[in-house]
Structures are given as C-alpha cells and as structure tokens.
Design a protein around this ligand. Structure first.
Ligand code: V47
Length: 355
C-alpha cells in the first residue's frame, strides 16, 4: 500500500514514512490532514480567553534560542512579587480571562514556595480560574536546585491549585540537537517522564516542539513519534503545539528559516502522525495570525487564545506582545470559513460562535 493509501486507511506511520510525508506536495498533504481534522472536529476552531504571565526572566539555564531570559543581550532582570501577580490576575479576570498560563525562567533566587505561594493565592481568590503552569523544564530545575523529587513537586502543584501543565520546554527531543540548543536543561527523557507522572495523577497537559532552527525534518518526526508513544500509554496530552522559531535577540545562529509551505507541511504532518492527540494548535503568536488562519486548512483546529500580553516569543521578534482582541479573533476565524468555539483549558466547549 502506498503512503497516501496508508494515511487514508488510518494506518499508523513509522519514522521513515513520516519523513517521506514531507516529499508529498503541500496540497496533497493539506487534503489528507484536513480530512482527519474534519473527521475529528468538523469546521470547529477552538480558542480560549487566557492571559500569559511570566513572573521572572532571571534564568540559571542558557538556551541559545531564548531572547526572553535576562542575559547580556537583555540585561533588564525582573521578578514579580505575589502582589504584582495577583494584580495582573485581578485585571485579567475582570476582562474575562478564564485561564492563567504561568511560566517563568529558572530563577535560582526563588524557592519552590515562591511558585507554590503564588498559585495558592491565585486559587484562593479566584477558585474558578484555571491555572496552567510550570513547564517540565521548570519542574526539573526546581528539583535540581532544591533537592525535591519530581513526584514531590507535582504533588505540591496539585495541592496548591495548578490545574494543568503547559507544553513548554520540549524544544526538540533529539539528544544531539538538544545538547547544542539547551545543554543542561531538562533532558528529553526527563521531560517525557514528568508529563507521564502528571498524567498518572489524572491530570492533562500539552506538548510543544520548537522547530525551524537547526533541526532536520527527521528530528521533527522523531519528536512527534516520542510523544505519540507516551500518549499511547497515558492519553494525557490534549494538544500538540509546533512553535515556529523566532529569530531575533538570541544566541542561535540559523542559516535557513522555514518557508510558510514548510510550516504548513509540518502542521499537516503532525495531524497525520499524531493519531492519538486530539488537538493540533497553530499558536498564532509564532505562526503569525495570517498563517495560523490558513493552518486551519492544514490540520490545525486550535489557535490558542487572546493572551493579553506575551513576553517570551515577542522578545525574539514575534508580533504577539499585546495579545489579540477577542472580537477580531472571532471575526478572523469566521471569515476564514471556520466556526469559532470558545473552549475552557481542557477543551470543554463554552460558546459556539456559529451565527
Ligand atoms: O518552551 C523560546 C519557546 C516556549 C523561542 O501549552 C521560543 O498551550 C519561538 O511552551 N522562538 C514556551 N519559541 C511557550 C510555550 C507555550 C506557548 C503557547 C501555548 C502553550 C501551551 C505553550 O517558548 C519554550 C520555547 O520552546 N521559545 N524562545 C523563540 N525564539
């Protein structure tokens, strides 16, 4: 059976077959991915009303791709007080945010209690707000710095009000590329182990992949297959989020950036390969809103949220710093021919904008 037939017959693809998908033309791949998307979600495109909070940019780790952490390129260090974080949450809740997506750099000056105290205070004052917080990279950092085990930190997160985990810190799982990009940070096996432990607690998370820098197509496929393997065991991933590398203000030397076609192919391939992950997110902050809207035709069914303020990718050149106006977001999705569905953080539908 040829590759296209295999995809149409929902036969699971291997590493080599995943790589071969890139050789198909964009429209064939798009059609294959769109059929899968339609079967799963019809014309629905999901988004949420969320707020990103990045409480500190002081970082013990050095990732070459990062323009956010305080370094000689970005000497302005900051660490928010709990009062400041609560002020942000109060404002965001007052304008409709239902999810706080809280991720930080790895600040050696802040103890575990600084993180947990912030979550506890948010949950005490805003019990209905969903706290999506702590990448596996942050969890790994806290265990190394303060002598806790993964289990202890994960249990503390639950006790203090964290509802789900974001997908950050995955970067690229290939050990060679990872060593070059972010030596010393959470390893691929540890990243997967932390998510597995979180899922075993009955909790859900997302998974990202940072691409478009020095990795090859084969590395992307390998990354997706490692996620697929874990998802077979736990079923705890909600969404896969391919993050398009943003190139400014960092230490990574990249010669060739992916074209729009390559980005769309990668989304489509993710939809085809990850037969056990329900949602593929075209994170508009890194894809650009224009490409994210088109990505809806190439397997993606989620565009993330209104965000309000973004600091990590905008430091590296993305245009998402000020978030997205809700009415504009809904109108853009509708005008692209899809049905905007406001979801909560776990993909329960809150409002279908079908008129
Ligand atoms: O892990 C850092 C990435 C991630 C750059 O779970 C960069 O719903 C592009 O994980 N170019 C953090 N990306 C953000 C993240 C995320 C975002 C949206 C939704 C979710 C979710 C998770 O940002 C890091 C890293 O891979 N990042 N620098 C850069 N120059």
């Amino acid at each position: 059976m040829d590759l296209i037939e295999k995809v149409r017959n929902k036969i699971r693809l291997s590493q080599a077959e995943g790589e071969a998908l890139y050789d198909l033309d964009l429209y064939t791949l798009g059609e294959l991915a769109d059929n899968i998307r339609k079967a799963k979600h019809g014309k629905k495109s999901y988004f949420n009303i969320n707020r990103h909070i990045n409480p500190t940019n002081v970082c013990a780790d050095v990732c070459k791709f990062c323009a956010y952490s305080a370094t000689r390129k970005n000497p302005l260090q900051y660490t928010m007080s709990h009062e400041k974080i609560l002020e942000i949450v109060a404002h965001s809740v007052s304008i409709g945010a239902k999810e706080m997506h809280i991720v930080s750099a790895h600040n050696p000056k802040d103890g575990v209690e600084w993180y947990m105290g912030a979550f506890r205070k948010i949950k005490a004052q805003y019990p209905k707000v969903h706290i999506k917080a702590m990448t596996a990279a942050e969890i790994d950092f806290l265990t190394r710095e303060y002598g806790h085990s993964y289990d202890e930190v994960l249990d503390m997160m639950i006790e203090n009000g964290v509802d789900s985990m974001p997908g950050g810190g995955a970067e690229i799982f290939d050990e060679g590329v990872r060593e070059y990009l972010c030596k010393g940070k959470v390893t691929s096996a540890q990243w997967l182990d932390i998510h597995q432990k979180w899922h075993e607690r009955g909790r859900e998370s997302n998974a990202t992949m940072l691409f478009g820098h020095v990795e090859t197509r084969a590395h992307r496929i390998d990354h997706m297959i490692r996620l697929r393997t874990l998802q077979d065991k736990t079923g705890g991933f909600n969404a896969f989020i391919p993050l398009v590398y943003q190139r400014e203000n960092n230490f990574l030397k990249v010669e060739h950036f992916p074209s729009g076609q390559e980005i769309l192919k990668t989304y489509a391939i993710a939809r085809i390969l990850l037969d056990n992950i329900p949602h593929i997110k075209a994170y508009w902050v890194t894809a650009s809103i224009n490409l994210a809207l088109i990505a809806q035709e190439f397997g993606c069914d989620d565009l993330d949220g209104t965000i309000e303020k973004e600091s990590i990718q905008s430091a590296a050149g993305s245009e998402g710093a000020k978030g997205m106006n809700l009415d504009d977001f809904i109108a853009l999705i509708k005008n692209a021919g899809f049905t905007p569905v406001e979801r909560d953080s776990l993909y329960n539908e809150l409002e279908v904008h079908d008129r």
